[in-house]
Design a binder for this molecule. Sequence first.
Ligand code: 4AD
Ligand code: MG
Length: 429
Amino acid sequence: MRVYVSELKNFVGQEVELKGWVYNSRSSGKIKFLLLRDGTGLCQCVFFKGECDPEAFEVFGQVSQECSVRIKGVVREEPRSPGGVELGAQSLEILAPSVDYPIGPKEHGVDFLMNHRHLWLRSKRQHAVMRIRAELVSAIRDFFDGRGFTLTDAPIFTPSACEGTSTLFETTYFDEKAYLSQSGQLYMEATAAALGKVYCFGPTFRAEKSKTRRHLIEFWMVEPEVAFADLYDNMELAEQFVEYIVQRTLKNRPEELAALERNTEALEKVKAPFPRLHYKEATDIILKENPEFVVGGDFGGTDETIISSKFDRPVFVHHFPSAIKAFYMKEDPQESGSSMSCDLLATEGYGEIIGGGQREESLEVLVRKIREHNLRIEDFEWYLDLRRYGSFPHSGFGLGLERTVAWVCGLSHVRETIPFPRLYGRNYP
Ligand code: 4AD
Ligand code: MG
């Protein structure tokens, strides 16, 4: 019977067939070991001279790293093996060869690994990262689906900018100009008026001409939007959401976190409520350690780290100056010049994972803001309709999936958090 490595513990004493790739192999006289990888796990297959087919011993001489194989044998308990079982192998067949597999046990440079990303994904650390990413995606969907949100995905081709024109990817849409979406938010504002609580979850694009640890050109963002919610409701939703996805990953992916040697102490403390700092309080903290910081400006990576080092959970910063935020942010009527925005900074210096806030609901103010940002009013007529026909207070946020994966996995760079990263200067493989 053909089974997967992850199921082997249910087949102790039985004969099974495994298919997969050779992770590594070694021989010592009458005994040969082959570590088989089938995508669900690793299994040690042991070939004993005299016990296995005589041909199997010969074929073993031709196996090489990553060649694909079929192995038959009997499952037996072996406490020292991964999963507590191993295979007493009987037969071995090479299905396809693998000559000079480029990635070996030795250290490789980042550039080399990135050029071989399609193969690099076959290694243990990458399996752990991909499984944690998949767990987070599934937790994200379950959180919103379980709370009455409707998934209303946004288009990728768009006629206008959402997050400023400096990072827009321009393309053509037949005879017209078009842009790749930087955020689905504006469309979620429309679907929130239709369905109340909505979210979108998909790829977004930013032409960031800089190489940093936190920026991808193509990244996935989940963006909930809630009708009749204010800034404070929004932060409450965000903290419950982040607690849920982190705690669920800790519960369901302990092996992967251990494979990455992630110290999970900080993650265990990710429980709502999270501390909330007004922009002014945040800048007071920053100035003590970075006197060069200019009040009124946005935070750099170091500034975010200064703030997060003062807390043992993720921390919100709200009320950023309107001048450094997008056109759609509502200005606080109690506090001129300050926006009803909120960012969430992850623990341990992993930086901003969420950006969001309350949206401007006044038609007149929005028209003025669009003009002040030098955006074309014609492109936003549909968006302005949302204020013409039953305007409503509403709020939402966007969580960057890859930055969240980097944080949960404890990775210093976002390049390993997505199967095929798009970075400034890299569109291969
Ligand atoms: O703060 P941002 O730009 O907010 C928005 O796009 C809002 N329209 C979202 C909303 O309210 N619906 O981006 C949100 C998050 C950031 O906090 C960060 O986690 C991630 O998206 N992000 C990036 N991740 C990787 N690479 C990049 N270049 C990113 N830019 C933003
Ligand atoms: Mg932001």
